[in-house]
Write a protein that binds this ligand. Structure first.
Ligand code: NAP
Ligand code: G4F
Length: 375
């Protein structure tokens, strides 16, 4: 058996980090992950891996670190000698970046530079993946967006990530590093952070249906996103680093949907049809109908329990969605829709999970959690 490849992942405790780790371990890699010290546990998404004695300290090693600490990154590179580095660490919340713009730049922009420079300094022969984003397109200059679409970021997050993008391109050209930008459109899963809109919706819908929450307050319901399924995007990251030449790639589904459509489908999966009334800040999602024939297939087993819960807590005409201006952003990205044909042609990458299936996967997972844990 050949020597295992070594990967170093920043942001291993995040949504993508956890799926990528599973993927690489299954491929036979030894994975080193950088975790931050936190006052409460932040390893929930990878607990199933590192509590497994067959994996911890043989296939998976965790190190304290932070992309704001140059000497830490240098030490970790020298200690782990990775064949591949996946730089997923980021202050990744767009709305929060308006509150902490300097910190966002420190982590998302300069953090990327620190890593690239550490590679250059150590002279390590390694491949580098940078978590770039469709937020670079921001106020979109053409539809759909691909690798040639001009950027126009609309948040401190987008601006910080644009630095990350260009410093990767620059180090690739200046120092011949094997470094790629994955320009990934939104990708979601049951492991998505709870403050991103998709997961906020599926958690809330599950709780509303079970009587733990009365309604959900959301911001811009008209925003359109190209939403895909996170595990498939993590495989795409790896594919980029297996090519002969480093290039930048868009990963996207090529479909776009509004936040409102996401809400509609999540409720529908739990047997609740909504009607939208009013406009702008006064818009509301009201229960129009409750119909257990709409229930997701995976929920058939809990049908009796579901009937009991829903019939008890949800009634026709209940207001279950409200708009709250506090969730509006100073500048919004109205529409994203990606064209991933380069990834398809060069990497053979293609998204499999369609929008409705994605909403159902997330709704089902949150409903099961709420039923089991009661919150
Ligand atoms: P996420 O769930 O928010 O995870 C972010 C990760 O970065 C967490 O592990 C976090 O650690 C870590 N981190 C934050 N600041 C750090 C620092 N200073 N030093 C070291 N680690 C730090 O994000 P995600 O959805 O998995 O996304 C992964 C990457 O892809 C991010 O760079 C994001 O900007 C980018 N991206 C995401 C999407 C998407 O739709 N998901 C699309 C395009 C690009 P803690 O757990 O300790 O907070
Ligand atoms: O779920 P979001 O917060 O994701 P956003 O801003 O698109 O950013 C995500 O995707 C990017 C890729 O394009 C990543 F780079 C980034 O790291 C992150 O993963 O918001 C999606 C849309 C926005 O238009 C927002 O205004 O949903 C709208 N929205 C409406 N109500 C809301 C809410 N967003 C959040 N987070 N919370 C709300 O209550």
């Amino acid at each position: 058996m050949g020597k295992s490849k070594i990967a170093l992942i920043t942001g291993i405790t995040g949504q993508d980090g956890s799926y990528l780790t599973e993927f690489l371990i299954n491929k036979g890699y030894v994975v080193h992950g950088i975790i931050r010290r936190s006052s409460s546990f932040n390893t929930g998404r990878i607990d199933h891996l590192y509590t497994n004695p067959e994996i911890l300290n043989t296939k998976l090693f965790l190190h304290y670190g932070d992309v704001t600490d140059t000497s830490n990154l240098n030490r970790l590179l020298e200690k782990t000698h990775p064949d591949e580095i996946y730089n997923l660490a980021a202050q990744s919340h767009v709305k929060v970046s308006f509150e902490v713009p300097e910190y966002t730049a420190e982590v998302d922009a300069i953090g990327t530079l620190r890593f690239l420079d550490a590679i250059r300094e150590t002279g390590l022969k390694t491949k580098f993946y940078q978590a770039s984003t469709s937020e670079l397109f921001g106020k979109v200059q053409s539809i759909p967006q691909n690798e040639n679409t001009p950027f126009y970021p609309r948040s401190p997050y987008g601006v910080a990530k644009i630095y990350g993008y260009w410093i990767v391109v620059n180090y690739r050209e200046a120092y011949n590093l094997f470094a790629c930008n994955g320009i990934l459109f939104n990708h979601e899963s049951p492991r998505r952070g709870e403050t991103f809109v998709t997961r906020k919706i599926t958690r809330a819908v599950a709780k509303i249906v079970c009587g733990y929450q009365k309604n959900i307050k959301l911001g811009n319901l008209n925003a359109k996103r190209d939403w895909g399924y996170a595990p498939e995007y993590c495989e795409g990251m790896w594919m980029m680093l297996q090519q002969n030449y480093p290039e930048d790639y868009v990963l996207a589904t090529g479909e776009t949907h509004t936040v409102r459509e996401f809400v509609d489908l999540a409720f529908k999966g739990l047997g609740v049809e909504l009607e939208w009334q009013g406009e702008k800040e006064r818009e509301k999602g009201v229960v129009k109908n409750i119909d257990d024939s709409l229930l997701l297939e995976g929920l058939i087993n809990v049908k009796p329990l579901y009937k009991e819960l829903v019939l008890k807590y949800i009634k026709k005409n209940n207001v279950v969605v409200e708009v709250d201006k506090n969730y509006y952003r100073p500048t919004e990205v109205d529409l994203l829709i990606g064209d991933a044909s380069k990834a398809y042609n060069n990497l053979g990458w293609k998204p499999k999970t369609k929008f409705e299936e994605l909403v159902n996967i997330m709704t089902l997972a949150d409903f099961e959690k709420v039923i089991k844990r009661g919150y």
